[in-house]
Design a protein around this ligand. Structure first.
Ligand code: ZN
Length: 239
């Protein structure tokens, strides 16, 4: 089982960890804890490096498998054995861009829900660009500039972002979480991580976010597509 350090400290860039098991054929190691984000909720996995006994391996891919996080190592040095001490370093430039982008998408989501009552059905991101899908029948091209201005106003208002890990029963009593389909969480999940943009948005979310919306910078709505009468897709860039 890998402890997920990024869940409580998204700004952690380096960490010491023990290799708890090794998948030699796949060149992957499991660590006792990690700051590497393994992907999920539309946010891609991190890149970085892992150093063991003076040898530095590129981390090319990170994946969650059950309660373990697998770190896939590049290069051709032998894969470190279980029990080794290691030092991990996250590619911070990329990760911080993803944090700004992820928070920007939540600001978009909160603003569109507040102003138009439109619910999110999905989303995806790369560093500094992303898209969100909404059930948003009234969406049309003329709204693009209004949405962009409303989102940038919220970003500039410097909302604090709070992350909490709550017992399932407590999270299920928060009305704002119901609209993000928290009721679909599998029964075995006893704790729910919530990400709140204070005054704007509250979601069950596993991703990494900045501490304050002012860190996002500004967003541009670069495109929008109609995926039918109800489903609309909005594309943003973070600048
Ligand atoms: Zn999210």
């Amino acid at each position: 089982m890998t402890e997920l350090l990024y869940q409580t400290d998204s700004y952690l860039q380096e960490f010491d960890a023990k290799v708890t098991s090794t998948l030699t054929a796949e060149r992957a190691v499991v660590l006792d804890h990690t700051a590497f984000y393994p992907g999920g909720g539309g946010q891609p996995y991190d890149f970085g490096t892992l150093t063991v006994d003076g040898a530095t391996y590129p981390v090319n891919k990170v994946k969650k498998q059950g309660d373990d996080v697998l770190h896939y190592l590049g290069g051709d040095l032998p894969v470190p054995s279980a029990g080794s001490a290691s030092h991990g370093t996250v590619d911070w430039t990329r990760r911080y861009q993803l944090m700004r982008t992820h928070t920007a998408l939540h600001v978009l989501c909160g603003t569109v829900f507040r102003d138009y009552g439109a619910l999110v059905t999905g989303g995806d991101m790369e560093p500094l660009k992303g898209r969100m899908d909404f059930e948003f029948e009234r969406m049309r091209g003329e709204l693009v500039r209004d949405i962009e201005a409303a989102v940038n106003k919220e970003v500039a208002q410097a909302h604090e972002i709070r992350v909490k890990i709550l017992p399932r029963e407590e999270a299920f009593q928060i009305p704002d979480l119901i609209r993000t389909k928290i009721n679909l969480l599998p029964e075995g999940i006893m704790q729910v991580r919530t990400v709140e943009i204070v005054g704007l948005d509250l979601q069950a979310d596993g991703g990494t976010h900045v501490h304050n919306t002012s860190e996002v910078g500004a967003i541009r709505v670069v495109d929008y597509k109609s995926k039918g009468a109800i489903n609309k897709r909005i594309y943003i860039e973070v600048v």
